[in-house]
Design a binder for this molecule. Structure first.
Ligand SMILES: [Cu+2]
Length: 514
């Protein structure tokens, strides 16, 4: 569990820096009404460019999960009023915007801590419950409502979710990491090694717990955004064992589970009776047991795959969160996790789990910003006061220069290594310095980020001058050594004069700006 604790601590640091940002909904596109042009049926134009045809219609009847959708009305998913996508509107790190009456009102909100406000569409009469039928190649698949789909696409949740799994495959594993364009076309294994978890997929209870916590974060978020339509994201209470447990569209394809899956599922449904068995040693072990050891997770994904309609399919790793059954099956995993905790006398709201979920929220946000940098863009409306002094006038511009681009990754939102070096008017220079001076590095062993008077022991200086590998960095506590030169994968970009300026500022005491 050491890794999880470390992860949480790092996440809280990041949270502190995020909380400094004043987010305003003024710049956010109004999601209400932007999403669905409801009306006659037809071929959807799904935003995000992933659709290549296929028909979307509201599913008529639900089964196995309660509730019923309204009839008929097919919807056309469109880009609608989301004209200002570069503002990042509903991105994972803003609060989604669009609250009535709050336009222009500044507020601080950290969705990983405070949760999301409901979307306006939650109260809209056009928003429906239950699944939407997506038909292609004569095969019907079930997806979430267009309002939810649109929100996820704007925040690049499909890619962020994929990347969350991807960085757990950097060292190989079932699938192997990829920079497939469908997943955002990035490979954080190479570009953001600081995000690569020690716990690789299936390699232990640490990964098992992160797996549970990450999907809980996603489920909780969707329920916060659409509390009146939360049923859509509600998991099965019990593992579906017969055709009538699943929506009608899937009943004809029903077949019995393999014996080993049925047996494991029955155990998972009743963890209290199996607490002494292998796989039940800890929550993380339980998560791993569900995700990999027993094959339960994979069997659930595979069960609702259509052979010629993978566009939003449960077998499509890039888009599977679009699928209605994704939320049913992951919701079931989430439910049995709570049952496991209850068997230990714990509750879903205990601090350890809140921390674990928070850490995964942060990580998914960071990945989303890497996929779509605009999401990390400027959203504050109150610029920080202008400051003077060597740091503000000479050093910070080095980090923000078009050549060095340090703040492209170490910006105000979701910064790499939780380190913000500037990046826009809303970042206060003295805050940057405060987060550097005498502060421990996250991947620099025994070194501080900046040790006043001592540039040769200042990790920031060592990293940008290519000297980090030669100074005897040793893992200190949980702080490993990542000695690559920054910018990562490029090598030294600071000119000699810039390096000298940074050196002198540190030598002179790393004085904070006024
Ligand atoms: Cu997943």
């Amino acid at each position: 569990m050491a890794t999880v604790a470390r992860c949480s601590a790092a996440a809280l640091t990041c949270g502190a820096s995020l909380a400094l940002l004043a987010c305003s909904s003024a710049g956010s596109p109004d999601l209400a009404g932007a999403i669905v042009a409801a009306g006659s049926g037809g071929v959807p134009a799904v935003s995000g460019g992933s659709s290549s045809g296929g028909e979307v219609s509201q599913a008529a009847v639900l089964a196995g999960s309660g509730g019923s959708s309204s009839q008929g009305g097919a919807g056309i998913i469109s880009q609608g009023g989301n004209s200002n996508i570069s503002q990042g509107g509903a991105g994972p790190q803003t609060d989604g915007g669009g609250q009535a009456g709050s336009v222009g009102v500044e507020h601080l909100r950290d969705h990983c801590v405070d949760g999301y406000d409901p979307e306006l569409s939650d109260s809209s009469p056009t928003m429906k419950d239950g699944p939407v039928e997506f038909t292609k190649s004569g095969q019907v698949d079930l997806i979430v409502q267009p309002e939810a789909l649109e929100w996820m696409k704007k925040g690049v949740w499909e890619q962020a979710h994929f990347q969350w799994h991807n960085i757990r495959r950097c060292a190989g594993g079932l699938m192997g990491a990829t920079d497939d364009p469908a997943g955002g076309g990035i490979n954080p294994c190479l570009t953001h090694p600081e995000l690569v978890p020690v716990n690789q997929e299936g390699k232990g209870p640490g990964d098992g717990l992160e797996f549970l916590a990450m999907h809980r974060h996603m489920i909780e978020s969707m329920k916060q955004l659409w509390p009146k339509h939360a049923q859509q994201f509600e998991g099965w209470q019990h593992f579906p064992m017969k055709a009538s447990d699943v929506p009608p569209q899937w009943q004809a394809a029903w077949s019995a589970w393999p014996a080993n899956i049925a047996e494991a599922a029955a155990k998972a449904d009743d963890p209290a009776s199996h607490m002494k068995e292998p796989g039940f040693e800890s929550e993380g072990a339980f998560g791993q047991w569900i995700q990999t050891t027993t094959g339960l997770h994979g069997a659930l994904h595979f069960k609702w795959v259509r052979s010629n309609n993978s566009e939003h399919g449960l077998g499509n790793q890039f888009t599977n969160i679009d699928n209605y059954m994704f939320w049913k099956m992951h919701g079931w995993i989430d439910n049995v996790w709570d049952r496991y905790r209850a068997a230990q006398g714990k509750t879903p709201r205990d601090q350890d789990i809140r921390d674990a979920v928070l850490a995964q929220c942060r990580q998914m946000d960071q990945l989303a910003v890497i996929v779509k940098p605009e999401l990390g863009g400027e959203t504050c409306t109150t610029p920080a006061p202008k400051q003077s002094g060597v740091f503000a006038e000479t050093i910070r511009p080095i980090f923000e220069s078009e050549t060095n681009k340090c703040t492209g990754c170490h910006g105000p939102k979701g910064p790499s290594a939780n380190l913000t070096l500037g990046g826009g008017d809303c970042v206060k220079s003295s805050d940057i310095v405060a987060a550097l001076v005498n502060k421990a590095s996250t991947k620099g062993g025994q070194f501080k980020l900046v040790e006043p008077g001592n540039p040769d022991k200042s990790w920031l200086y060592l990293k940008v001058t290519g000297k980090a590998a030669g100074v005897g960095c040793v893992q200190t506590g949980s702080v490993e050594c990542l000695t690559d030169t920054m910018p990562y994968g490029i090598g030294i970009t600071l000119t000699q004069a810039e390096q000298d300026a940074l050196r002198k500022w540190i030598q002179d005491g790393a004085v904070a700006p006024q």
